[in-house]
Ligand binder design. Structure first.
Ligand SMILES: [Zn+2]
Length: 226
């Protein structure tokens, strides 16, 4: 069990390094992963892209710290509320990329105008408040807005993606930002032809293949590992 926890921590740190290298993190944001026994691994109250293995903390489902020297993030209630509402969710990334904020304030969810957006074809609802998610009441509202989707946008604030493993989370974290960026670029070119529902459904079938994210993940990891 200890080895499994250690391996999970190492993957979290690597994911943070990749996201930092890709320029989608800033001094804020956080990444967490569920442990058995109602416990959660989390990056602490520090820039996630700068987190080392020793910095990862363990919190409980109320957001109280159980292990580690750092402190929980102010927006920890968003994580605990989502884990309580979604038993399928194993990891969560919350961040504040400019492109995601821009799309959210235009009251647009992610439009599937590129293949990287197909992950989000079931919708990316917008939590309609810029206030930080510092209490359980707001956390529960974000979880309710997310519903059964894999991403929620927070108006004027950022975005949160959820997944059942860290490879998938990393892919969603990168592809949400890229999708928002292409959507913004497309907006200046006149009417855009979005993927149809049928096209999205056909492409999404491939998302369940084993190791479907391997090449994607290996590429980005190779950018941060010597
Ligand atoms: Zn935030």
């Amino acid at each position: 069990m200890l080895d499994a926890v250690q391996a999970l921590k190492e993957k979290m740190v690597l994911a943070c390094k990749v996201l930092q290298k890709q320029g989608v993190l800033d001094g804020y944001g956080h990444l967490s992963a569920r442990l058995p026994g109602d416990r959660i691994l989390s990056t602490p109250h520090m820039p996630p892209g700068k987190v080392a293995l020793r910095d990862i903390i363990v919190i409980d489902m109320q957001g109280k710290k159980l292990e580690g020297s750092g402190e929980p993030n102010g927006e920890t209630p968003m994580h605990t509320s989502i884990y309580k509402a979604r038993s399928d969710v194993q990891c969560i990334l919350h961040y504040h990329p400019d492109e995601v904020i821009a799309v959210s304030v235009a009251s647009q969810g992610i439009k599937v105008v590129a293949n990287c957006g197909v992950h989000f074809y079931r919708g990316t609802p917008i939590y309609d408040s810029p206030l930080l998610i510092r209490n359980h009441e707001r956390g529960d509202k974000v979880a309710a807005t997310l519903g059964d989707r894999n991403a929620v946008l927070l108006r004027g604030h950022g975005g949160t993606v959820v997944a059942n493993d860290l490879d998938k989370l990393l892919r969603l974290g990168i592809d949400l930002v890229r999708s928002a960026r292409i959507q913004i670029m497309t907006a200046s070119l006149g009417p855009a032809k979005a993927h149809t529902q049928a096209e999205c459904e056909e492409m999404a079938k491939g998302h369940d293949r084993p190791e479907v994210n391997r090449r994607f993940i290996d590429y980005y990891i190779s950018e941060v590992v010597d």
